[in-house]
Design a protein around this ligand. Structure first.
Ligand SMILES: Nc1ncnc2c1ncn2[C@@H]1O[C@H](COP(=O)(O)OP(=O)(O)OP(=O)(O)O)[C@@H](O)[C@H]1O
Length: 584
């Protein structure tokens, strides 16, 4: 076997498993850095220059020592050399400051770009796939992990180039003056390589654990802040304080385990660096003692040995950074690899537009034929469900809690894909259009849970129709029976709302959500228990307005209230996955 083939085999072996993963992750990180190759090249060039100045300083130290201890001492020359020595140090300092500025600027840009890509992918990801993640965990990925990865762009490859140059240039200089000393300095390399593979694997596991525990802590905090009212109402302050302590202990333990491991490995590596440095020093002293080198060369060796050891430590120090960045990159990639919702093909977009035009002011026919859906293979939720909603009709979905009403609306919105059956939209003169994520523009939806965004009432309403004028907002508010209370607010539609609609009652928030949905002017309106917080009289008024107000539409509502069923053209009762038409 040739040497090349042997080396390739060793390389392939090294790249197996997590090293292969790390290569992929590093490749992904550097795809972001490519755009900034100019700045990165400048950073490397300045870094190399600073390292070169450091070496120049070592050479100068020899000349300076000779000038001081030599036979013909010239103070003028000594002062000039000393000034040159100080100047080199100052220039190196300036270069390092410049590099810090360049790397911070580029890091921030890369962080923004990465964050925007990850956030965009959250928005484009398949809804069911995204459900597997806690929102706190997603938050930790888009903030903490992205920050770590972006910060590593300069900390890895460019630093590796600079440190390798510093280390090898130092070694070459020593080799030039004393090959034995260079050989001694290299003694640690095979031991380091041998150790590094095993250590890196364990370090990666530690990093995964720390990041996982951190994400869990963030998820806990996020959930607690979202539910502050319930925590206080149920007097759970003590319980939540204790749970926070448990989560923190988990994170602290993972961090301390990692820290112990890091200290152990870095001490081992530093010990190796020190051993190299002392061996070189001992060798130098021996050479000085035996008269092979003079004091000036010894001073230079001391400087070079110091730089060599610093270079070695810096090279070794890149490993934890690389592991931390690649583990964070893996966590981000897990989100980026989530299945995406299908893109809307231009022909389909045109069909949806035509369907929207056909249904405007009238509504569309919605026909479900033997639709089946299950979240988990062994738990059917909808079984061969068939239903019909015609333009201008109010269709009610009834059923006990947990029977599948919201699930049915998710099918209509294309958030989940049924495993069987068909759901189609129809309009006279238009080809039947199967319901999917692409047909969402044909629906306006008011969810069961609060979906309020902070900003003023007007801003919140205009989310679905940015070009709506105040008159249109007023009309939508009147239809949703919200105008009365909004007009009584001191700032009217310009009243700012707090987080999750704070400042308004549950029923007021529901009416604002309905008004917002109306502004979308979609032919089909889906209300998921959207009037549950209203009194029966206001609920009836809202529903009547929806049916008789300007812009006819198809309305599908889920409810538990007989008053709603009494107003509906048709009621479908969901029971044990099956749907029956008729009175409840
Ligand atoms: N994201 C999900 N993943 C897995 N199972 C789910 C999910 N959402 C709902 N389910 C399950 O599907 C079933 C139907 O839930 P769904 O929310 O559709 O009921 P519902 O009739 O709207 O209930 P309610 O009247 O209480 O709002 C329930 O058994 C529920 O546990």
């Amino acid at each position: 076997m040739s040497i090349l083939a042997g080396m390739k085999k060793i390389w392939d072996k090294l790249r197996e498993g997590y090293l292969q993963e790390m290569c992929q992750e590093l490749g992904w990180i550097y795809r972001y850095a490519r755009r900034y190759r100019g700045q990165i090249a400048l950073y490397i060039a300045l870094g190399l220059l600073a390292a070169g100045l450091g070496l120049g300083g070592s050479l100068l130290s020899r000349t300076l020592t000779t000038a001081v201890v030599g036979a013909h001492r010239a103070w003028g020359e000594v002062a000039a050399l000393a000034a040159g020595y100080v100047l080199l140090g100052l220039v190196a300092l300036g270069l390092s400051a410049l590099n810090s500025r360049i790397s911070t600027k580029v890091n921030l840009k890369i962080q923004n770009e990465m964050q925007a890509d990850v956030f965009r992918r959250f928005l484009q990801a398949d809804w069911s796939a995204l459900q597997a993640f806690h929102s706190g965990d997603l938050l930790s990925r888009v903030t903490g992990d992205v920050g770590t990865v972006a910060g590593s762009v300069f900390g890895l490859l460019p630093s590796l180039v600079i440190r390798l140059f510093q280390f090898s240039a130092c070694l070459i200089l020593i080799l030039w003056y004393d090959p034995v000393m260079a050989l001694l300095a290299l003694l640690s390399a095979p031991v380091t390589l041998l150790f590094s593979r095993a250590l890196m694997g364990r370090m990666r596991e530690h990093q995964k654990r720390v990041r996982g525990a951190n994400a869990q802590l963030m998820a806990f905090h996020e959930e607690a802040l979202q539910n502050m009212q319930a925590i206080k109402a149920f007097d759970l302050t003590g319980r939540f304080t204790a749970r926070e302590g448990e989560e923190q202990a988990c994170w602290r333990e993972a961090s301390l385990d990692f820290n112990r491991f890091s200290i152990l490995t870095s001490s081992l590596m530093s010990l190796m660096g020190q051993a190299v440095s002392y061996t070189c020093l001992a060798w130098g002293v021996y050479r000085l003692w035996t008269g092979y080198i003079d004091l000036a060369l010894m001073v230079m060796f001391l400087q070079l040995a110091g730089q060599l050891s610093a270079g070695f430590s810096a090279l070794v120090g890149l490993v934890p950074g690389a592991i931390s960045a690649t583990v964070a990159a893996r966590r981000i990639l897990a989100v980026l690899d989530l299945p995406r919702e299908p893109e809307v093909a231009p022909t389909l977009a045109r069909r949806v537009e035509r369907m929207a035009a056909a249904g405007r002011g009238k509504g569309l026919t919605l026909r479900l034929d033997r639709v089946s859906f299950r979240y988990a293979p062994d738990r059917p939720v909808l079984e061969e469900v068939s239903l019909l909603a015609r333009p201008g009709e109010l269709v009610a979905l009834a059923g006990a809690s947990g029977e599948g009403k919201t699930t049915l609306l998710r099918v209509l919105l294309g958030l989940i894909r049924p495993q069987g059956g068909t759901a189609i939209l129809q309009a006279p003169g238009e080809e039947d259009l199967p319901v999917s994520a692409c047909t969402r523009p044909l629906f306006a939806y008011v969810p069961q849970e609060k979906a309020a965004f902070s900003g003023t009432i007007a801003e919140s309403l205009r989310l679905l129709r940015p070009d709506a004028d105040d008159q249109m907002l007023e009309e939508a508010l009147r239809t949703a029976c919200a105008y009365e209370f909004v007009s009584r607010l001191p700032q009217g539609i310009h009243t700012p709302l707090g987080e999750q609609g704070a400042g308004l009652s549950e029923g007021q928030n529901q009416r604002l959500s309905i008004a917002r949905a109306l502004l979308r002017d979609a032919p089909v309106l889906l209300l998921d228990e959207a009037t549950s917080a209203l009194d029966a009289e206001t609920e009836a008024r809202v529903l009547r307005n929806l049916l008789t107000g300007q812009g006819g539409r198809t309305c599908i509502v889920t409810s538990h209230r007989p008053t709603v069923f009494a107003m509906a053209d048709r009621v479908y009762q969901i029971r044990e996955g099956r749907v029956e038409e008729g009175p409840c």
